[in-house]
Design a protein around this ligand. Structure first.
Ligand SMILES: NC(=O)c1ccc[n+]([C@@H]2O[C@H](COP(=O)([O-])OP(=O)(O)OC[C@H]3O[C@@H](n4cnc5c(N)ncnc54)[C@H](OP(=O)(O)O)[C@@H]3O)[C@@H](O)[C@H]2O)c1
Length: 229
């Protein structure tokens, strides 16, 4: 049976990689992206259904996720508009009961407060958060709020926490740990195409339900040094 999934934030870099992986696996795909970004999906136009609109527009999400077995959501904190929390809430409210949900975010999100961050990471986050707030460019706190709501939800969610990202050909499924600070993640680098792969594969991995894996490229030095044989 062909399965239908919805990709929310489909026109971004991560979103487009997720579309590619999903089509390769034979999924029917509905993509949501802002009206002005629909053209970025031209190369997929005859293979996917596109629902244009802001991803925190509840009516847009309600329509897009109807009948979907899985929903992959790119959570972004752009602007001062509760974009991430509005998007997450709409997905939690309208996804089909039992649908598998995967949300993307960064390492800075912590599910249980047990993550151990380097001094440099914390400093970078504080500086970026301050400048973003000052310029009204982004609200990192809203991505935290979005994930707080997801963690509290009894839907079948996974929150995939990306390391620093880079472009390049796929190296394979990233390694992961429940906590930043685990030596396997020390290289802090993942290819974006493999972040997308992890998101799509999470749909069929029930071990990841109610888990927030922090990921890192499988060919990075830390992954090679610490991965189980
Ligand atoms: N970049 C990193 O180094 C990094 C590191 C760790 C984790 N992550 C996580 O990875 C995910 C995707 O990151 P990415 O860097 O690969 O970005 P991306 O896929 O290019 O996605 C950016 C998304 O943000 C949307 N967007 C851009 N400006 C917007 C605005 N003003 N209002 C609303 N939406 C806007 C884009 O939509 P349009 O196509 O409509 O512009 C697109 O869907 C996010 O969940 C992020 O937290 C990123």
């Amino acid at each position: 049976m062909t399965r239908r999934i919805c990709i929310i934030g489909a026109s971004g870099k991560l979103g487009q990689y997720m579309i590619e992986h999903a089509l390769e696996r034979g999924f029917e795909v509905t993509g949501v992206c802002r009206e002005q970004s629909v053209h970025k999906l031209d190369r997929f136009a005859d293979r996917i259904t596109i629902v244009p609109g802001k991803t925190n527009d509840r009516d847009v999400i309600r329509q897009a996720v109807e009948g979907c077995d899985g929903v992959l959501t790119v959570l972004v904190p752009w602007g001062i508009q509760q974009y991430a929390s509005g998007t997450a809430q709409a997905v939690l409210d309208f996804a089909e009961p039992g649908a598998r949900l995967a949300f993307s975010c960064g390492w800075h999100i912590s599910q249980d407060g047990q993550d151990v961050y380097s001094w440099g990471f914390r400093a970078m986050l504080r500086v970026f958060g301050f400048i973003a707030r000052l310029t009204r460019f982004a609200e990192l706190d809203d991505q935290v709020e979005a994930c707080r709501r997801i963690f509290a939800s009894d839907t079948r969610w996974t929150v995939v926490r990306g390391s620093d990202l880079e472009e390049g050909e796929s190296q394979g499924l990233p390694v992961w740990s429940e906590h930043v600070g685990d030596p396997i993640l020390a290289s802090n680098k993942t290819r974006r195409i493999d972040f997308a792969l992890f998101m799509v594969e999470a749909l069929d991995n029930d071990d990841l339900i109610h888990v927030a894996p922090a990921i890192c490229g499988c060919q990075t030095p830390s992954a090679l040094a610490h991965a189980a044989p």
